[in-house]
Write a protein that binds this ligand. Structure first.
Ligand SMILES: Cc1cc2nc3c(=O)[nH]c(=O)nc-3n(C[C@H](O)[C@H](O)[C@H](O)COP(=O)(O)OP(=O)(O)OC[C@H]3O[C@@H](n4cnc5c(N)ncnc54)[C@H](O)[C@@H]3O)c2cc1C
Length: 529
């Protein structure tokens, strides 16, 4: 009997294991990007503290009926180039993975929206100059609207960012250590004028944040067209999780320990079923810095990195959704068909839903505050928050019996949850902490909204996650990037991403651009200061 020749079976390739902490948009997108890699040996496991995916993308549904929900987290997407990654992701999930995601227009403002400040109620279309709204400002400021004043102060910088984002960003970094309020003082605006504009266009004490952060924020809010997902924004992370694979996510897992050792990086998490421990080749921490700080057993990195983790500023955010018997705001004169009302009362902004406009039956609106205006809500219990919300809302709609209309409420003070709010950097934090916070440490990588240039938006979480995932792919594929390598921002998906080549390209491109636009750039700097 002849013996069959022995065949050398191909050895199964050792898998490249990536652990991801956090299944918010950044963690999910990083997992998705890793799955898109042409290297099939990359495996991904996610650990999520909550019982759901999405993190700060959270929709609260009062009932299963249509339009009976409000967005407790992300609610709108500006239609600009910078938010294209969010639209691209939605389209990809629809086209390639048959996700049922339906974008509908979101109305940021509409002509019917009322204003209530200094005890004065103004209807949509009424005079909104400082004088008409009861603000005592010196001439000629008193005859102007807050929107017009703000635009006059920042238009040059916004235009520069629109024309050439990288040049604009350089300008922002040049003035990053300046509080936005100081910039306005530098324009010789009286404090009362600054307070007027902050009250009407922003929220209390936001102008104490950095010049760069406020400019970036206004770049978004200067946008004309906006969109939202019909039926709730949480459909986006849910669709993404479906593609990543729900089986790859451990829910209810609070990661308590992250340890780099000879085998890779070990993660320990407390779950309802007990303690789990797993070792990976690489780990991505896709969690906000506040959550990272609260992992008791983790490596301590150098003092600048630890300072960045401690200090990166998050502003408090508060939302309360109120369900009423009718969409009464659409039946007053003039009606509010989407958009929002500004008040100087604790409720600050009344956001009218852009979904279901004109529909009959119950409707949901939300009250939204930021920063100092949001923090005050944390000081009182839910029943007091509710009473206060209804009482203040009735001032804006004096002819509607709000108490009779009320059905139910639900709220979320983000400062009471692990992210504590959204990243909004203080003066100097972009220039001092941004790069160091994003820097990988050994086989531990970082991702999240706060590690992008586009804070407080889904697009920032996507942008950061994409850069980090590509860095991981690159580190697996090529020789390991040295510790200290910082991912570039806003790179396009590129399977064979070579950090060194990219670095050279960025520097070269940057030099070329500065040369080409030098005169324009210098003029903008002079105009802006
Ligand atoms: C009120 C509000 C309004 C917003 N409005 C908009 C908007 O209109 N449009 C827009 O584009 N963006 C908006 N944003 C911003 C957007 O939601 C965020 O930028 C984005 O969702 C952040 O994603 P992330 O993955 O970086 O962080 P997160 O969403 O915070 O995800 C982090 C995840 O990590 C988990 N986690 C934390 N600690 C641990 C741990 N120890 N172990 C395991 N898991 C852990 C958390 O549970 C969470 O799921 C808003 C945010 C808020 C709060």
């Amino acid at each position: 009997m002849s013996q069959s020749p022995s065949v050398a079976l191909p050895m199964p390739k050792k898998s490249k294991r990536v652990g991801i902490v956090g299944a918010g948009m950044a963690g999910l997108y990083a997992a998705y990007r890793l799955k898109l890699s042409t290297d099939p040996s990359i495996t991904v496991s996610l650990y999520e503290l909550d019982g759901r995916v999405g993190g700060r993308v959270k929709t609260h549904r009062f009932t299963a009926e249509k339009d009976q929900y409000f967005e407790a987290g992300a609610m709108r997407i500006p239609s600009t180039q910078m938010h294209q990654p969010t639209f691209d992701l939605i389209n990809l999930l629809k086209d390639t993975h048959h996700a049922n995601l339906n974008l509908i227009p979101y109305h940021l403002t509409t002509s019917g929206n009322r204003i209530f400040v200094n005890g004065i109620l103004k209807n949509g279309g009424d005079d909104r100059t400082a004088k008409a709204l009861g603000f005592e400002l010196p001439a000629p400021y008193d005859g102007q609207t807050a929107d017009a004043l703000l635009l006059s102060a920042i238009k040059n910088v916004l235009d520069l960012l629109d024309r050439d984002f990288e040049q604009g960003w350089k300008l922002l970094m040049q003035y990053d250590k300046v509080p936005f309020r100081s910039y306005l003082l530098g324009l010789e605006w009286p404090v009362s004028v600054i307070d007027f504009v902050e009250t009407m266009c922003s929220q209390t004490n936001q102008f104490a944040l950095s010049f760069s952060e406020l400019i970036m924020q206004n770049l978004d809010f200067d946008t004309k067209d906006w969109f939202t997902l019909d039926g709730g924004m949480d459909q986006l992370p849910q669709a993404l999780a479906g593609v990543v694979g729900m089986d790859n996510i451990t829910f209810g897992a609070r990661v308590q320990k992250v340890e780099e050792n000879g085998d890779g990086v070990t993660i320990c998490a407390e779950t309802p079923r007990g303690r789990v421990e797993q070792t990976f080749d690489k780990v991505i921490l896709a969690i906000p810095p506040s959550a990272l700080r609260m992992i008791p057993d983790r490596p301590r990195w150098d003092s600048r990195k630890e300072q960045a983790i401690r200090a990166m500023f998050y502003e408090a955010l508060y939302k309360i959704g109120l369900r009423f018997k009718t969409r009464f705001w659409e039946h007053v004169q003039p009606p509010s068909l989407g958009g929002q009302s500004t008040t100087d009362m604790p409720i600050r902004w009344i956001v009218y839903p852009s979904n279901g406009i004109g529909s009959k039956g119950p409707g949901v609106l939300l009250l939204y505050s930021w920063n100092t205006d949001a923090s005050v809500w944390s000081s009182i219990p839910f029943n007091e928050r509710l009473k206060s919300s209804i009482w203040h809302l009735s001032k804006v709609f004096p002819n509607v019996d709000i108490y009779d209309q009320f059905i139910a409420a639900e709220d979320l003070a983000w400062s009471e949850h692990n992210p504590t709010g959204d990243a909004m950097f203080l003066p100097g934090q972009f220039s001092e902490y941004f790069e160091i916070a994003r820097r990988k440490e050994g086989n531990i990588y970082f991702a999240g909204e706060h590690l992008s240039r586009h804070h407080t938006w889904i697009t920032g979480a996507i942008d950061s996650a994409r850069s980090t995932a590509e860095q991981v792919i690159s580190d697996f594929a090529f020789k390991q990037c040295p510790t200290g390598w910082i991912p570039p921002t806003g790179t396009e998906p590129n399977e064979h991403y070579d950090p060194e080549a990219h670095r050279t390209k960025v520097i070269k491109g940057g030099v070329e651009n500065v040369k080409n636009n030098r005169e324009e750039f210098e003029k903008s700097v002079l105009d802006a200061v």
